[in-house]
Ligand binder design. Structure first.
Ligand code: PAF
Length: 320
């Protein structure tokens, strides 16, 4: 299946590795010219749980170079989804499917504003990956990918994507409750991502401190109230318990939001804790913990160049 992957970050590079290794034609699309040139020359190195690999993918900054494709996988941050899908519309032919397993709420809706809903397949992945540098990633954890489709009309596309992933080594199953799947995964991110970004702890370490453990339970509890009020069926009977077990299973992971903060980048907090706040507002449900986490992460993002570091703080402090 000729595939375009938009975004050669951690997940995009990991999917590219699996698909290319199983003989699929894959193009990576990147808007950053310098990174395109680097990856063209040096390829992508993958290390970690799946071993050490090196791939030389086709990569371009000009989507038209790839021609029409059968599958487009959007692997950018949630705040870039709209720009990413708009850039690749020239690649959409009659049979093209668009897949998103991105973190955060709203990606599928954004994609479905640009392409017909029938083309869209969405889901979640528990594969863990971290960028170590441009064209260099660590495959941090193996996990299931689950996909579903927003309309019955895309069920053939869904089966085709699941078959492609499974034969390429990405263990994938399908669900007929896509909404439940996405909101359930979102609550895992609600419980882990902002707290790790603010404390700079690894996922598992959030469970070692009463304060972070309590905030995790409260943020997730607010999320559960909102999601249940929307009439969405959650995949786990005890969501807090599930979030704790994911934190344990991914104990050594640096969450995607902490990775962003460490690189002084924009985070997805608006699409995670912020999504609970905005949905809560529509339903008249208070979400003070998610609101505070969102404000704090956004303050952190806005003040990267103003934050005080130890030596600077001592040198600049008054003696009074
Ligand atoms: O965003 C992430 O880092 C991941 O979705 C998760 C599940 C929190 C594990 O690190």
């Amino acid at each position: 299946m000729k595939t375009v992957i938009v975004g050669p970050g951690a997940m995009g590079s990991l999917f590219a590795y699996y698909l290319i290794s199983s003989g699929e034609e894959v193009w990576l699309i990147d808007y950053r010219l310098a990174r395109v040139e680097k990856i063209k020359k040096e390829g992508i190195k993958i290390e970690g749980v799946s071993g050490e690999h090196h791939i030389k993918p086709r990569i371009t900054a000009d989507p038209k170079e790839a021609g029409k494709v059968e599958l487009i996988i959007i692997c950018v941050k949630a705040y870039d989804t709209e720009a990413a899908i708009k850039r690749v519309t020239p690649l959409i032919g009659e049979t093209t499917t668009v897949l998103s397993v991105q973190n955060g709420k709203g990606n599928l809706e954004i994609i479905a504003e640009v392409v017909e809903k029938e083309r869209v397949v969405g889901g979640t992945t528990a594969q863990g990956a971290t960028v170590l540098g441009e064209g260099h990633i660590r495959h941090a954890g193996l996990g299931e990918t689950i996909i579903g489709c927003p309309t019955e009309a895309s069920s053939k596309r869904l089966e085709a994507v699941a078959a492609l992933f499974n034969r390429s080594g990405v263990k994938t199953s399908t669900t007929d409750d896509l909404k439940g799947l996405i909101w359930s995964k979102l609550l895992i991110n609600v419980g882990i991502n902002a707290l790790t970004a603010l404390t700079r702890l690894k996922n598992g370490q959030l469970l070692d401190y009463p304060g972070t453990r309590k905030l995790m339970a409260e943020a997730v509890g607010e999320g559960v109230k909102v999601v249940e009020a929307k009439g969405v069926h959650l995949s786990y009977p005890d969501v807090v318990d599930k979030v704790e077990s994911v934190a344990r299973a991914t104990a050594a992971n640096i969450s995607s939001m902490l990775q962003d903060v460490l690189k002084k980048k924009h985070t997805e907090v608006d699409y995670i804790n912020g999504a609970i706040v905005s949905e809560g507002q529509k339903l008249g449900i208070e979400t003070p913990v998610n609101q505070s986490l969102t404000y704090l992460v956004k303050t952190l993002e806005a003040s990267y160049d103003k934050q005080i570091h130890l030596f600077q703080g001592i040198a600049g402090s008054s003696k009074e």
